[in-house]
Design a protein around this ligand. Structure first.
Ligand SMILES: CC(=O)SCCNC(=O)CCNC(=O)[C@H](O)C(C)(C)COP(=O)(O)OP(=O)(O)OC[C@H]1O[C@@H](n2cnc3c(N)ncnc32)[C@H](O)[C@@H]1OP(=O)(O)O
Length: 439
């Protein structure tokens, strides 16, 4: 037994007791170099208390922590329970002894017991989680608009009135528009009133960056007259001119149509005493990028992976989602962390989504229960058409990355010519997956 193994052997992985929540937060703040105020601490405490909680104990000392929030994620044609992993922390004195490995093993057991076929996370460092079968599954663009002149667009904005509303009324007023995006965008999370208040709008200033970056409180603009269902909304914060130009920071914008989006972006680019609009988290297929008449005015400033996904229960995940085209293929799947998923399986998808990938919208999709897509995933001894790792399957699962990209990179193998093209056609979604959250 090596010294490290000996140290690991003394670590007990078990439920993090409610009595240990405060020291668990202290551990997390230590490793993340944070010093939050009381409101943030209380928000974190509630999050940790209400989720899956795993502690790594070295005798009486808490040496490691993993939490996971119980959330519901949209997948093409359905919604699935997901463990949104957070607070992953190991004391600096106990690192690289395998504590994270052990906590991940425990996480899979907890996901199974809690009926969560998916797990996801936003990694602090992207090198860490591929080994556990997580793959980057949604991406995000940073967009900046030069608002020193009127926003030039290629089509006319929706002419309905825009109005600022009391942010306290926003959760109830905005939820129907947000919910309408759920069947279109895989990789999103359903929200309850509490999540709207804290996770989305941060009305109580509980997030770590609250008030520290010079931006004011959340402002909420909606498109449409009072009493009408909003055709779109944006919530944003502003910082007036000082050392630099005035900035509008857009935290979320959803619109029912391109003209509605045009109206909202035009408004944001016209706010007095500001000359830059920054949207840090937009989908790669944001219509704004195509509507812009001058791409020097609307620039992509960054592009990066956002949500990392783990298919904990591959059968449930694959049979729950809808497919854009029928396929009948044998996949040879590697999964070293969860061998129950590994092996050779025949994927036979149900009838293609009647509307096809170009027009898959409407609430009916999101209400279809998991497992009702007519898709099967059964063990077989037949020769494989494709070999791949569960990490790559996770990256392709929501329709964000075609498998052929991984084949080109030598990370997946096509044995039957045309098999990858067929699978990619089936995985495709009308809109790219997009999460729009980073916690
Ligand atoms: C979703 C989230 O919460 S993301 C936040 C992750 N947490 C942090 O970044 C906080 C600071 N860091 C830590 O607390 C710890 O160093 C952790 C959690 C990242 C790792 O915990 P450890 O117990 O040291 O990891 P463990 O010893 O189990 O190592 C597991 C494997 O991951 C690798 N690994 C661990 N940390 C890193 C890293 N930062 N970068 C790349 N690889 C890493 C190890 O080399 C090891 O690889 P191997 O199994 O191939 O040998």
């Amino acid at each position: 037994m090596t010294t490290d193994d000996a140290a690991h052997a003394t670590t007990d992985i078990r439920e993090l007791a409610e009595a240990d929540l405060d020291r668990a937060l202290e551990l997390s703040y230590t490793v993340f170099h944070l010093k939050p105020g009381d409101r943030t601490r209380s928000f974190h405490r509630d999050l940790l208390r209400d989720g899956l909680r795993i502690g790594a104990y070295d005798g009486g000392q808490l040496a490691g922590l993993t939490g996971a929030h119980r959330r519901t994620m949209t997948v093409p044609g359905s919604q699935l329970p997901c463990a949104a992993v957070d607070f992953v922390s190991v004391l600096p004195t106990h690192r690289r002894r395998g504590i994270l490995n052990s906590m991940m093993d425990e996480l899979w057991r907890r996901c199974a017991a809690d009926g969560r076929p998916l797990a996801c996370l936003w990694p602090s460092e992207s090198a860490i989680y591929g080994r556990y079968g997580f793959g980057a599954a949604t991406g995000t663009y940073g967009i900046e608009i030069d608002a020193s002149r009127p926003l030039a667009l290629r089509s006319a904005p929706d002419s309905r009135p825009l109005r600022l509303i009391d942010p306290a009324e926003a959760p109830a007023m905005l939820a129907p528009r947000f919910d309408a995006t759920l069947p279109q965008r895989a990789g999103r999370f359903t929200r309850d009133g509490n999540w709207w208040r804290t996770g989305a709008l941060d009305l109580d200033g509980v997030r770590m960056d609250a008030g520290q970056d010079g931006f004011g409180p959340a402002r909420v603009v909606v498109l449409g007259a009072p009493g009408e269902q909003p055709g779109g909304y944006a919530f944003y914060r502003t910082r007036g001119p000082g050392e630099g130009p005035g900035v509008v920071r857009v935290d979320e914008l959803e619109a029912e149509s391109a003209p509605a989006a045009a109206a909202l972006w035009s408004y944001l680019a016209s706010i007095d005493l500001t000359s830059t609009v920054r949207a840090g988290s937009r989908p790669a297929d944001d219509p704004l990028l195509y509507l812009a008449a001058d791409r020097d005015q609307v620039r992509v400033t960054g592009q990066e992976p956002n949500l990392w996904l783990r298919l904990v229960d591959v059968r449930t995940a694959l049979t729950a989602r809808s497919w854009a085209a029928p396929v009948d293929l044998v996949l040879d799947l590697r999964d070293t962390a969860l061998p129950a998923n590994a092996g050779r399986f025949r994927l036979t998808t149900g009838p293609a989504d009647a509307t096809g990938p170009a027009d898959r919208t409407g609430p009916a999709d999101s209400t279809r229960p998991a497992g009702s897509s007519g898709t099967t995933w059964e063990p077989t001894h037949d020769a494989p058409d494709i070999s791949l790792d569960v990490r790559e399957l996770a990256s392709c699962y929501l329709g964000g990355t075609p498998l052929r990209h991984f084949v080109h990179a030598g990370l997946a193998t096509e044995h039957t010519p045309g098999a990858v093209r067929r699978l990619d056609a089936a995985l495709e979604t009308a809109w790219l997956p997009f999460t729009g959250e980073n916690h």
